[in-house]
Design a protein around this ligand. Structure first.
Ligand code: SF4
Length: 482
């Protein structure tokens, strides 16, 4: 543990900065369609530029990180580790629970989102918690934990810098690793200046110092710290966290109660597996060899230790995960949430994370959302992809995202979620294009028709049947020979 209560100083919290803006509930934002949400982002040119710059930068760092390393062999090894851990998930979970309880950790199991909210709220009530500091946790986003705790009068302070901004803006994270990737420095400067009640220097160092000063007070006055967990190590009963800002350590070490909310799929069998998984997680997430802090937490403070919580609770979150075991989509559980597939996805890079309507964006979001939230809320996301396969090529644990997306499209069709007219159209198209003669005849007719309405070989926004395609781009009419 790296800090004690004496290490962090500062003045008391100023009045007027008690509780940041209410964050929208994860379940509130999925009533719109992908197209509506994507249109909103695309109407914000700053957001598009910020997303493109940030994802370009992250993808370049990842490529540079693995130069001179047999990256593919490392990914193969990681795939084996994740496949083995998930195939034996119940056994490794039992092993982890035994080891964690031996350290004094209190372990809970939440079958779904509402149970997770209820368990964490009950712990907070039992422990008379009124103020919580949180380090970044996508699992807590999944269960809308903040709004559940706010509803029982608890002050919550997000302590990851990006999450701090997200919370103060009343926004939602736009990326699994970089929550404010869709925001610019100028927006953060305006926000912090408003919060400070004075014009702050528009410099990263000054803005960070402002947030740090505010957050230190929150750390010192919080009754509980809530974290996620990047891995659960079965052989030791530890929860492993990777962070770059130190807020994870303060969250888990300073308050008297530590609650970790972790998806059950985060299990790894042994510590030595991290020699493979950690470099891949950090390299694909931020391009680093290793993050600034790697924290392994095992139980509450022991007698001889200078800091650490008096009690440590871990809430193991299922929420749709165990239903995937042994099925067609089990490989989705191999994900280590590095965000690399988001950075390279040509759809995500245009529309950002919010367009996906729930917690996860990009290819992994298009897979997890329908699996965890069902076809009605997330089914259309399997079509929000070009199927270019860039995500498959970059995934550090080699999840075949492209195949999973095709499987979800198939399942959507089988479950009758596709309109009859669309089914008939594709059935007819399949019949015609699987016969060479009909294929050639139909393409000749299409090409001839398009040439009639095209001007100088280009079709712009005028063609009624193709208006949605040509509204954003010109269509060059196909030539006889390519
Ligand atoms: S699917 Fe692969 S690339 Fe995407 S977040 Fe998960 S581990 Fe990273």
């Amino acid at each position: 543990m790296s800090a004690t209560r004496e290490d962090v100083g500062g003045t008391p919290l100023p009045p007027g900065w008690a509780q940041p803006a209410h964050q929208p509930d994860a379940f509130e934002i999925s009533t719109t369609t992908f197209e509506q949400r994507a249109t909103e982002t695309m109407a914000r040119p700053f957001a598009r530029r910020a997303i493109a710059n940030a994802t370009d930068h992250a993808a370049a760092l990842t490529t540079a990180r693995f130069v001179g390393i047999d990256h593919d062999a490392l990914r193969d090894k990681a795939r084996q580790i994740r496949a083995h851990a998930i195939a034996n998930l119940p056994d490794y979970l039992d092993q982890w629970i035994d080891a964690a309880e031996a350290h004094g950790t209190i372990v809970h199991y939440a079958a779904d989102e509402s149970e997770a909210r209820r368990i964490v709220a009950q712990i907070c009530r039992d422990e008379a918690v009124t103020r919580v500091v949180k380090s970044k946790s996508m699992a807590s986003e999944e269960v809308s934990l903040n709004s559940a705790l706010e509803a029982i009068g608890i002050d919550i302070y997000e302590t990851d810098l990006g999450e701090f901004v997200v919370q103060a803006m009343g926004d939602r994270p736009g990326h699994v690793i970089a929550p404010i990737l869709h925001r610019t420095k100028d927006e953060v400067h305006a926000l912090f200046s408003t919060m400070a009640g004075r014009e702050l220097p528009n410099e990263a160092e000054a803005l960070t110092a402002f947030a740090r000063d505010r957050l230190r007070h929150a750390f010192l006055t919080a009754d509980a710290g809530i974290s996620g967990g990047n891995f659960l190590i079965a052989e030791t009963g530890e929860v492993l966290l990777v962070t770059n800002e130190g807020n994870g350590r303060l969250t888990t070490a300073l308050p008297k109660i530590h609650i970790a909310l972790v998806g059950i799929e985060k299990i790894v069998p042994r510590r030595r597996d991290l020699a493979v998984l950690l470099p891949l997680l950090t390299g694909h997430g931020t391009g680093q060899q290793i993050t600034t802090y790697v924290t392994m937490v095992a139980g509450p403070r022991r007698e001889q230790e200078p800091d650490g919580p008096e009690r440590m609770h871990v809430v193991l979150l299922d929420a749709g995960r165990s239903a995937l075991l042994g099925g067609e989509f089990e490989e989705a559980l191999h994900c280590i949430r590095c965000g690399a597939c988001q950075n390279v996805c040509p759809v995500y890079r245009q529309v950002g994370g919010h367009a996906y309507g729930w917690v996860y964006g990009g290819p992994i979001g298009a897979v997890l959302t329908p699996l965890f939230r069902g076809q009605v809320e997330g089914g259309e996301l399997a079509h929000a992809t070009t199927l270019c396969g860039a995500c498959d090529d970059v995934c550090p644990v080699k999840i075949p995202l492209h195949d999973l997306l095709l499987g979800l499209r198939r399942r959507r069709d089988e479950e009758g979620c596709v309109p009859r007219s669309e089914q008939l159209a594709f059935a007819l198209w399949g019949q015609v294009w699987s016969r060479p003669l009909l294929y050639r005849a139909s393409t000749a007719v299409a090409r001839g028709s398009l040439r009639v309405i095209a001007r100088d070989g280009v079709l712009s926004a005028k063609a009624p049947l193709l208006r949605r395609w040509t509204a954003g781009r010109d269509l060059v009419v196909g030539r006889r020979r390519s």
